[in-house]
Design a protein. Structure first.
Length: 463
């Protein structure tokens, strides 16, 4: 179509076509061609419904259906010339349908508008991304479970402020992420459930006078029901905002573990070794193994959260119903979804391949007076000291060890008794990191027995 002739879809009242710049800013085909499968699926359901309700003839519906199938094949083959003059995927598909089947193509848009059409297409697309995110999260949870099971009783330092706090188990640390990703999964499931209403049939904004059957199209497209308010149907993008919000929280979790991998794989920590498959070398420093994938994952939240903020900003303050601003929804969501799914897959691979350095973990767990709390607890339990006093006595013993340049278990009984006369030999049993973690059997605590039970729980949940 030449730039000076009026648009064949809506140009009836126009005598001239758009300026080239207008066409450039207006067109979405450059990105919304990704919605082609959803657009065609929606149109086929719409045409079948129109025929079932006697709004178009069965012959026209059959021609439309066969024509749309051909268009879908052409697009899938990469054999389709997308046109900017035709603005978007909806008009590109319809124009090609007209080339293929002629006049009946013009009946497809009966009782429909691009407003409910795009709301439908985009919802179908986001719904698929929810399913993909859920599957990606399940695979990732399984990878973390594998690590947790293997290292249920490996001891490592637990940190607060990135300072050694108390010994914990590797399995427990891995399971912390399983809990996070399970919540992420439930957020996508929840969003999917809420978005699973079909906007098709809201038409431009007010509904239609044609005797359509919205329940029929909703069911055909796998929705639980049609949306209940036509104005809301064409102006709602909550489903995309919810998807992005869930994606941003999930990417935050990915980013946090990515950061731990970066720290843990450093020469200073040596807690883990990332596989060659997920490391890169340096072109100048031959000794280097860089955790590039983890760093990129740490950064992915930046763009996913950026997309989230962008779409919230687009939507805020928009009057009902559709405004063209809303065309700006797609690129953000596409980019966020692509990067989230890539991030989930990359993290799954990294976690599966990850080798924990059990010796380094245990050595680090023993350093830094990590069993000081166990000592204080022992003083409370065995000597009946009030916790505050026990804390004080322990602090003095830590100071003593620090001054001597040794760890708590290296202090002699005589030295300990100088600080508190009633301390006995038995105290040494709680100063070892293995005893420390084994004793943390409170619900949700780090004890290996708890870890193993929780691994079983998650295996059952994931099936
Ligand atoms: N390309 C448009 C979008 O993505 C489709 C809807 C156009 N509707 C309209 N009334 N101009 O939002």
């Amino acid at each position: 179509m030449s730039k000076t002739s009026a648009n064949s879809m809506w140009g009836g009242r126009f005598s001239a076509g758009p300026d080239a710049i207008m066409e450039a800013i207006n067109a979405s085909i450059g990105f919304d061609q990704r919605l082609a499968p959803q657009d065609i699926t929606g149109s086929r359901a719409h045409a079948a419904m129109l025929a079932a309700r006697g709004i178009i003839t069965p012959e026209d519906a059959a021609a439309i259906d066969a024509g749309l199938e051909q268009v879908a094949e052409e697009i899938a083959r990469g054999d389709f010339a997308f046109s900017t003059a035709l603005e978007d995927i909806h008009m590109n598909v319809e124009a090609r349908l007209r080339e293929i089947i002629g006049t009946p193509a013009g009946r497809l848009h009966t009782a429909r508008s691009r407003n409910d059409q795009v709301a439908l297409d985009f919802r179908l697309w986001v719904r698929e991304q929810c399913d993909a995110a859920i599957a990606g999260l399940e695979a990732l949870m399984r990878a973390f479970l594998g690590q947790a099971e293997a290292g249920a009783d490996w001891v490592m330092p637990g940190f607060t402020h990135l300072q050694t706090a108390q010994p914990v188990t590797w399995g427990h640390h891995m399971l912390a992420y399983v809990e996070m990703f399970a919540r992420d999964k439930s957020r996508f499931e929840d969003a999917r459930r809420r978005m699973n209403e079909c906007p098709l049939g809201a038409a431009a904004l007010a509904g239609t006078s044609f005797p359509i059957d919205r329940h029929m199209t909703a069911a055909a497209l796998g929705f639980d029901r049609p949306t209940a308010n036509s104005l809301d149907s064409v102006s709602d993008r909550d489903f995309a905002l919810e998807f992005l919000s869930a994606a941003a929280i999930c990417a935050t979790h990915l980013s946090r573990f990515a950061e731990e991998l970066v720290i843990w794989s450093s020469a200073q920590f040596r807690f883990v070794r990332m596989s060659d498959r997920f490391s890169t070398g340096s072109s100048i420093m031959p000794q280097k193994r860089n955790p590039d994938a983890a760093e990129l994952l740490r950064a992915k939240l930046g763009r996913i959260l950026g997309a989230t903020v962008a779409l919230f900003t687009v939507m805020k303050g928009l009057p009902l119903t559709y405004s063209k601003d809303m065309q700006e929804d797609k690129e953000q969501v596409f980019d966020a979804a692509d990067n989230l799914l890539l991030g989930l897959a990359a993290m799954e691979g990294m976690v599966r391949d990850l080798t924990a350095n059990r010796e380094a973990l245990e050595a680090a767990a023993s350093a830094g007076f990590s069993t000081a709390t166990d000592l204080a607890d022992w003083l409370v339990r065995e000597l009946d000291l009030p916790f505050r006093e026990a804390h004080h006595v322990t602090g003095a013993l830590v100071k003593l060890a620090e001054d001597k340049g040794c760890d708590l278990p290296d202090l002699s009984l005589a030295e300990m008794q100088k600080t508190h006369g009633q301390i006995t030999e038995a105290v040494y049993s709680v100063l070892g990191v293995q005893n420390s973690v084994a004793s943390r059997t409170s619900y949700g605590g780090t004890a290996p027995a708890n870890v193993r039970a929780r691994v079983e729980h998650w295996k059952e949940v994931l099936g």
